[in-house]
Design a protein around this ligand. Structure first.
Ligand SMILES: [Zn+2]
Length: 328
């Protein structure tokens, strides 16, 4: 069962989230994609990161994490990797490969060779008011001096530090069975109630110095502990065992789940495909039907195929009143 838990270190200005996607992650991979293991790992880590990020913000809409590989031919095997997470933590994900992988590539080699990839996080509101746009942030996929990042998690940590002004530690791991991630974040104390609601934390951490990035000894210690977990442990241990292994000597308290468990769900539908065909216009749709004996569209995320033959397509372009059954 896929699960997500939030926790706090009682009396300390630090909170955490752990996500472990299992059956839902396997379901993503079973949709006929046949990704090589290194791509499964990359996509799984991106998926765990996106679910962690959405669970950590109050946002009524989608969070879309996407990496677009280099436009230059033969530079990176992965052209595109996308994860979309909705407010109820349903997620879907897909990748597009343009050439074969050797199998031992790093994240950098897979998608960002020559530092030409672009990574973006988009927050797309569920209900848009007129003229409202989605918010998009660019996430650098290299270090300050253009050096390759050792992991994708570092890119997200850096983004969260910049955007939220809060120290963040993220560890991620994925294989064909599970996609797992832990997010640890310093809680802003000044002028706010901390999540534990304990007076002790407020008094201990309310000085200017402790509120500054990198200055919380408690956060630094817990971040170091978090970083100590091995990939194999993240992938094989249960949530309880991971938290015990890392924080057995820390005052950890778990919250009752505030979110439904994350799960795989695709939002594609026949109606959405129909409206895409409508947007092509009748002439173009008829031309496609003639050439290929119907229109067939497969969803990149879930593999579902939608077919429209000549009659289906003709119905799409009929005036609305002529396809509504007459009232008796
Ligand atoms: Zn779909």
């Amino acid at each position: 069962m896929s699960e997500l838990h939030t926790f706090i270190f009682e009396g300390l200005p630090v909170r955490g989230v752990i996500v472990r996607l299992t059956d839902d992650w396997q379901q993503v991979l079973s949709r006929g994609h046949n990704y090589p293991a290194v791509v499964e790992q990359m996509l799984g880590e991106m998926t765990a990161a996106a679910v962690l990020m959405h669970s950590n913000i109050k946002w009524n809409g989608s969070l879309i994490l996407q990496v677009m590989g280099s436009e230059k031919k033969d530079e990176s095997p992965v052209k595109l990797a996308v994860v979309e997470v909705k407010s109820d933590l349903t997620f879907r994900t897909t990748a597009k490969l343009v050439h074969a992988v050797k199998g031992d590539e790093s994240f950098h080699q897979l998608i960002n060779a020559s530092n030409r990839a672009r990574c973006a996080i988009t927050l797309d509101p569920e209900m848009k008011f007129q003229g409202q746009q989605a918010y998009q942030s660019v996430v650098p996929l290299w270090g300050d001096h253009g050096e390759p990042l050792a992991s994708f998690a570092l890119a997200i940590e850096h983004y969260m530090l910049q955007s939220e002004q809060l120290d963040t530690k993220m560890v991620l791991a994925a294989d064909s069975n599970a996609a797992v991630g832990i997010l640890i974040q310093r809680i802003p104390i000044k002028g706010e109630n901390n999540l534990a609601g304990t007076r002790a934390t407020f008094e201990r951490s309310s000085t200017e110095d402790e509120d500054a990035i990198g200055q919380s000894e408690d956060f630094n210690r817990i971040a170091l502990l978090t970083q100590s977990i091995k990939r194999e442990e993240l992938l094989s241990l249960s949530v309880d065992d991971i938290l015990h292994r890392l924080f057995w000597n820390e005052p950890i308290a778990r919250y009752a789940p505030a979110h439904p468990a994350p799960r795989f769900q695709c939002t594609c539908s026949r109606e959405r495909v129909a409206s895409t065909i409508r947007s092509l216009g009748q002439t173009e749709a008829e031309r496609m039907i003639e050439e290929t004996e119907g229109i067939q569209v497969s969803c990149d995320f879930c593999g579902q195929t939608y077919r429209f033959d000549g009659i289906d397509a003709a119905m799409l372009f009929m005036p609305a009143e002529s396809v509504v059954p007459p009232k008796i």
